[in-house]
Structure formats: C-alpha cells, structure tokens
Design a protein around this ligand. Structure first.
Ligand SMILES: [Cu+2]
Length: 370
C-alpha cells in the first residue's frame, strides 16, 4: 500500500467518527513539498512515517490530528499553500471588507459570507487536522469594518454538523425581528442564517462557532477575527498591518476528556511557518499587529518580541496604549493590537513566551531590512 493510500484510509476511519466527507478533500502529499531553504530528507515527502503505529481508534475516541510525533518532524519541511488552499503569509495582510453598499440613511452596509465546510488542514508537514473552517481557511477570514457600519453576515453551513456564530463586540443579542440569542440558535447542516448588527465600538473582536462541545468546534478551526476600525475622523496612523491568530491542537482527542494537551502551536495555522519564512519588514516603518488568541486547552497564550518594545492596545478599543512592553498574554478569545518599529536591521524572533508552545511550532521571525 502506498503511503498516500494508507493515509487516505486512516483519514476515512477518523472521518467516520467525527468528520465525514473527508475523502473528497484528501490532498496529494507530494504537493506538501519541501522548502528550498531547508535540507529535506525524503521521508518528508510523505505525510506519514511509514512505520507509524496505528492510532488509538477506540469507540469513544475521535481523530483530531493524524499521528506524526517522532521528535518534532514539522520543524523540517513545508506545507505548500496549494495543500491547504490558503497561504499563512498572505493571511497576514488579507482583510475581508465585505460587499459595501449604503442605506438611505447613508449608513454603510457591509455584507460578508461565511461558508462552513469540513476540510483537512495541514498544521505542519505530516500533521493534518480534520477541521471545520470558514471560507476554506483556518483561521476564518479577518473581517474588517469601520465603527458605525451596519454589518450583515450570512452563515452558510455546508459541514456535517450544526453551527452558529458568536460575535464579540457591542451589539444586541436579539436584533429586531430575529430570534432571541441569535448566537445560540444552531444552523443545521445545509442551512443558513443572517447575523445583523451595527458595529458600535471600534476594537479587535473574535468570532467563533457556538456548538457543543465548544472546545471541539474551536479546536477544529471555526474562529476568526473581526476588526472594527475607529471612525474616519480619528483613524489609526498608517502602518504595515499584519493579522495573526494564535491557535493550537492536540494530536488526538478523546471526547470524554475535555482538556487534552495541545501538541502543535502556530499563528495563522501552520506551525513554524514564519520561522521558516520570516516576515519581511522595513526599518523605521511603523508596524501594527492585530493579534487574537483562539488557543483551547491551554489557559493562556502569549506573544513575545525580541529586542524591541511595542505599544499594547488591549482589545484594540482605545487609541491610547495601555503599556509599552515586549510581551502580551491573552486568554482564549482575548485580543490585542501591537504597534512597533524596528530601528536596526536584522532577524528578530517573536514567539510564545511559553517554551513548550515555542518548541511545538509557535516560533516566528521578522526580517528587517533598511
Ligand atoms: Cu524569546
């Protein structure tokens, strides 16, 4: 049996328990190619160690991730954007501004569509999560609006289970004419619904699936950020803007265990992505990072910047910084805006200040040039 066929069968076994329909989204492991910059043993052209023991497939176990832990193999090799259908680097600067129109009152309306599908997402070479995602990507789109806009989000559920979305921010839970507590109304498989509210407070908000068990819907990828910019009369200063969501996953999940240990960590889904591919920045140019934390199963996650300090705006709800610091710690669902500038050229590491999270993928580099 080829490695590819072996992989397919395992994924199908996993899918029969938790996530169906994976067969159609299986990817060719040959396209999870090596980075040209890194030495690449041939084994990393496959997604599985050939002699990998079978996973525990007990009746109450579900496969969150495929097994790969022989050391930390995803430190070497690369996940091609073609495999996942998205590029973590492009995600840094890609914002979904919605389809813009205007009400007779001249209030701006932004229409967004979030389509949930089940999809295999490679969190590292040989490490795939049987995920549910918004618009084919993990994290979901980084939605963007301006304070005062009217927001309309159509959720289309093409996954195999019910979902709804909980939007952080400041708005009614039961818009006029809608059912109370919209966030808790499940949208069944094949269904759709529209969430509608005004963006009344600028800030950096998270959105995520609301479906039991919540720890597992978040684990599986149903989260994103919703950036509400300050009104045009008091915009944030010009800067290079980068969006990052911290997340993590266990390699396997037992539904009876609500607090499994995470095994792989990243910003924008793919472990070590920005260590292997440093983010290019220019000296003396202001940088703004929109940072969200969607890490389940660990109480906190953090962002630490080497050899520099950043202005920290907790939740992004103020234009006055809370602190000048080099580390921010966030609980699940918390956000922060970080503003900084590099005065010297060179490589600057940024990473979780928990050594374990760093070792397991959440380590990155800014490459600053004059
Ligand atoms: Cu460090």
């Amino acid at each position: 049996m080829t490695n590819q066929r072996r992989m397919s069968r395992r994924m199908l076994l996993g899918g029969s328990i938790g996530v169906a329909g994976l067969a159609s989204s299986l990817v060719n492991p040959q396209t999870a190619h090596a980075s040209s910059a890194l030495p690449q043993p041939p084994v990393y052209n496959t997604l599985y160690m050939p002699d990998m023991p079978d996973m525990d497939m007990g009746s109450n176990a579900t496969v969150g991730l495929t097994p790969s832990m022989v050391g930390l193999p995803y430190q070497v090799g690369d996940v091609s954007p073609k495999v996942n259908g998205f590029d973590p680097a492009q995600m840094l600067t890609t914002f979904d501004h919605g389809k813009v129109s205007m009400l007779p009152s001249r209030q701006t309306v932004r229409d967004y569509t979030l389509t949930v599908t089940d999809k295999m997402i490679y969190l590292g070479p040989k490490v795939a999560l049987a995920a549910s995602v918004y618009n084919g990507r993990l994290p979901g789109p980084y939605l963007r609006a301006t304070q005062g806009d009217h927001i309309r989000i159509t959720l289309i559920n093409k996954s195999t289970t019910s979902h709804s979305i909980n939007f952080s921010g400041l708005h009614p839970s039961n818009p006029p004419g809608k059912l109370p507590d919209m966030a808790f109304q499940p949208v069944p498989k094949g269904g759709h619904t529209i969430y509608e509210f005004d963006a009344t407070q600028f800030g950096l908000h998270m959105y995520q699936s609301f479906a039991n068990p919540m720890t597992f819907t978040t684990l599986r990828g149903l989260f994103g950020m919703f950036i509400v910019d300050p009104p045009a009369t008091q915009p944030r200063p010009q800067a290079t803007e980068l969006a990052m969501v911290m997340s993590a996953s266990p390699l396997k999940v037992d539904l009876k265990d609500n607090t499994p240990d995470n095994d792989i960590y990243a910003v924008n889904a793919v472990a070590y992505q920005f260590m292997k591919h440093p983010i290019p920045l220019r000296m003396n140019k202001p940088v703004r990072v929109y940072l969200g934390n969607a890490t389940e199963f660990d109480r906190i996650n953090s962002f630490h910047l080497h050899a520099n300090l950043f202005n920290l705006y907790r939740s992004g709800t103020s234009l006055t910084p809370d602190e000048l610091t080099d580390t921010v710690t966030l609980c699940h669902g918390q956000t922060a805006i970080l503003e900084f500038m590099f005065k010297f050229p060179g490589d600057y590491m940024f990473h979780a200040h928990q050594a374990e999270f760093s070792d397991k993928g959440w380590t990155s580099t800014f490459r600053v040039t004059p």
